[in-house]
Design a protein around this ligand. Structure first.
Ligand code: SAM
Length: 293
């Protein structure tokens, strides 16, 4: 079977997904395409070599990573324009998904070069498929900021997202990140942490934010390996009135973290125009709910 297209004058660019842990997760089509391509552009050639060796792939390798992708893509477009094919792989999963490849695909499209996907592993899709959270609508958010203040603002933007939110996080930062999620999201919201997918220590934790600390305390491996975090989407809004209400409550929650109930109520009343008495009741309710968590 010929997998690589040879009839075109310009070469074809193949975007090939590779395993995210279990090396057996490389598709037959991916193996054939990697064997037949004229060149493989890999994120890290030393990392790619063992996988290619297992499958007897002897195609020449060049490196294509986040620090050289602008210049390297110009050279790779010349290679394609000369009628030679190119396969792109990253260290794990699907290239371009938080991995190099975007400038190359853009330039290839602009140059009228065929770009063909060879689909396979992707950590976010693998995690979503086993999460037990809604899969009909979801948003992928990449990696959160590393600093807590920036991360909290980033999380606040996800609070009212009705879709399942999915993001990648380093295991070194997962505890701090969960701490910030708890500060921003209601304790009833469900969280899933999918760790080491397809590997020996694959674990999928599913719980509410109320219980996540306890679960993490009892998990000695949580700061090890690779992981994907998923958050249940916000409950459906009945109407825009309710949206307004939720937005006001979110603002009040933030104010309560920064100042006294009296000051928070006074500022919130000024901003929203709602009577202080009503806001005061909401503030007490929020404060009690937070102290119970
Ligand atoms: N391109 C990859 C993909 O398609 O999933 C993602 C690359 S991104 C640089 C690497 C991140 O993906 C890791 O830090 C981790 O959050 C997630 N990841 C990769 N492999 C994983 C695995 N086996 N289990 C859980 N998460 C994984």
């Amino acid at each position: 079977m010929k997998t690589v297209r040879t009839q075109d004058k310009k070469g074809t660019l193949y975007i090939i997904a590779t395993p995210i842990g279990n090396l057996a997760d490389l598709s037959f089509r991916a193996i054939e395409t990697l064997k037949e391509a004229d060149l493989i552009a890999a994120e890290d050639t030393r990392h790619a070599r063992p996988l290619l060796d297992i499958y007897g792939i002897k195609t020449p390798l060049t490196s294509y990573h986040e620090h050289n992708e602008q210049e390297a893509s110009t050279a790779l477009i010349r290679h394609l324009a000369a009628g030679r094919s190119l396969a792109v792989i990253s260290d794990a999963g699907t290239p371009l998904i938080n991995d190099p490849g975007f400038p190359l695909v853009r330039k290839a499209k602009d140059a009228g070069i065929d770009v063909v996907p060879i689909p396979g592993c992707c950590a976010l899709i693998a995690a979503l498929s086993v999460s037990g959270l809604a899969t009909n609508r979801f948003s992928f958010e990449g990696f959160p900021p590393r600093k807590s203040s920036a991360r909290r603002s980033w999380l606040e933007k996800l609070l009212n997202n009705p879709r399942t939110s999915i993001f990648y996080e380093s295991s070194h930062r997962i505890k701090e990140c969960v701490h910030d999620i708890r500060a921003v999201f209601p304790s009833t919201r469900e969280i899933v942490i999918a760790r080491e997918l397809t590997k020996l220590h694959e674990t999928v934790i599913k719980t509410t934010l109320r219980d996540i600390d306890l679960v993490l305390q009892n998990d000695p491996f949580i700061e090890k390996g690779e992981l994907v975090v998923l958050l249940e989407g916000a409950p459906p809004l009945k109407d825009s009135q309710e949206m307004l209400h939720r937005e006001q409550e979110r603002m009040l929650g933030i104010l309560l973290q920064e100042c006294s109930v009296k000051t928070a109520v006074s500022i919130a009343a000024k901003i929203t125009g709602i009577r202080k008495r009503i806001i005061y009741r909401a503030a007490l309710r929020l404060r009690d709910a937070n102290s119970r968590d």
